[in-house]
Ligand binder design. Sequence first.
Ligand code: UD1
Ligand code: CA
Length: 467
Amino acid sequence: MTRPEDSASRRPDATRPVAVVVLAAGQGTRMRSALPKVLHPVGGAPMLAHVLRTAQALSPERVVVVTPPDAPEVGEAARRLRPDAVDVPQRDRLGTAHAAQQAREALAGFEGDVLVLYGDTPLVRPESLAAMSAARAEGASVVVLGFQAEDPAPYGRLIVEGGELTAIVEAREATSEQRAIRFCNSGVMCVEAARMWTWLDRVSDDNAKGEFYLTDLVAIARADGARAAAVECPEAETLGVNSRIDLAAAEAAFQARMRRAAMEQGATLAAPETVFFAFDTELAADVSIGPNVVFGPGVRVETGVEIRAFCHLEGCTVASGAVVGPFARLRPGARIGAQAHVGNFVEVKNATLGEGAKANHLTYIGDAEIGARANIGAGTITCNYDGFLKHRTTIGAGAFIGSNTALVAPVSVGDGASVGAGSVVVEDVPADALAVARGRQEVRPGAAARLRERLAAEKAEKAARKG
Ligand code: UD1
Ligand code: CA
């Protein structure tokens, strides 16, 4: 039973403000890239965005990103997610404690918890951060996120004695006994803000690397009579990216996580290992996805939708019961209505397909509005671009567009109208009208036979002249 004074004494902890500091000053030399390392994407979003999205779960009051010098694009990327994020360049890269120090000014006056994350470690889950917050609430001034390492070689070892975290020892400083420890430092740390800066001032660079180690905070805090604690998470969350090979491993781990989540939430994946999601893909229950489907960012799929094999979707919505593919491409701004069909080799961009509309084969629909139940024949093209500007095509409810029609925008076809196959439509078609815009057919009886005879005779004559 909880006594009233217990809950009262705990309440301030539960609402203690959080500030996030993302260490992202690494040059990422091994990426061999002009792009700052933390902006390389996983699941269609920069690694930095993953870290910030995860941190958002704690509703931080302030966000500071420590960046490489001369990389304003890192701060800009952070502000796309957190408009108030502050970026501070770290001029000399003197170690993780030195990096954390750079946030001091931006966090002036802040009281609460400072959560330190790495920008190149995108897979940490919000649940792990919540567990760290809980450990802070229980009184530890420094909380470290640890994991059991398959191969502990490169990591700082967490020294736990009698259930208390007493120190973090970097691999280079570890004794052979300490090196046998597999419980390692992920780098994620949560520290009581009020004391963090004085403790950081006491970190020295008197060690094998000649760097200021953030990990020294544990022993320094304890020397000050404060407590430290370690919280454990699965190793998969702590994967750090230093090379393109690590980036591919992070992508694979992220995709495995998304596939599992999609299936847990009620989607059927016929061949999960061939389906690729973006960080923000939203699937309702009872969505069925065939093999080899790729989701770019910004896709929302409603219930009962079937996405058949080999489709590519990005920035689009697919309403309930629609069928997409096989081999369909939905580009940004595609809005597929309920029960609509988008078939093979159909591309839709910035266009709405009304409820029950069908575009089943070999079609481009760009910058268009297609009414409910309209039928778009095979090979229909909206000619939306004149070389200078984009123009819109509007097709009414129940309209029928014959195969191989070119709709030269801006143009509209009214409700219930029909367009003959092979038409080039340059003028609006009123509702319920039939438009045929192609050369009129001419039939000459016997003409083909006569042509054949004439050509055969010419060929024979030529052969005779040669021989
Ligand atoms: C660090 C930890 C180690 C932990 C490991 C997990 C220290 C001293 N060691 O080691 O205990 O097991 O991470 O991967 O903290 N960074 C800066 N500025 C700097 C230095 C680092 O922004 O001056 C950033 C890096 O970009 C990187 C992160 O901090 O994202 C960690 O730095 P790194 O040099 O990779 O630390 P490790 O030696 O791997
Ligand atoms: Ca590292």
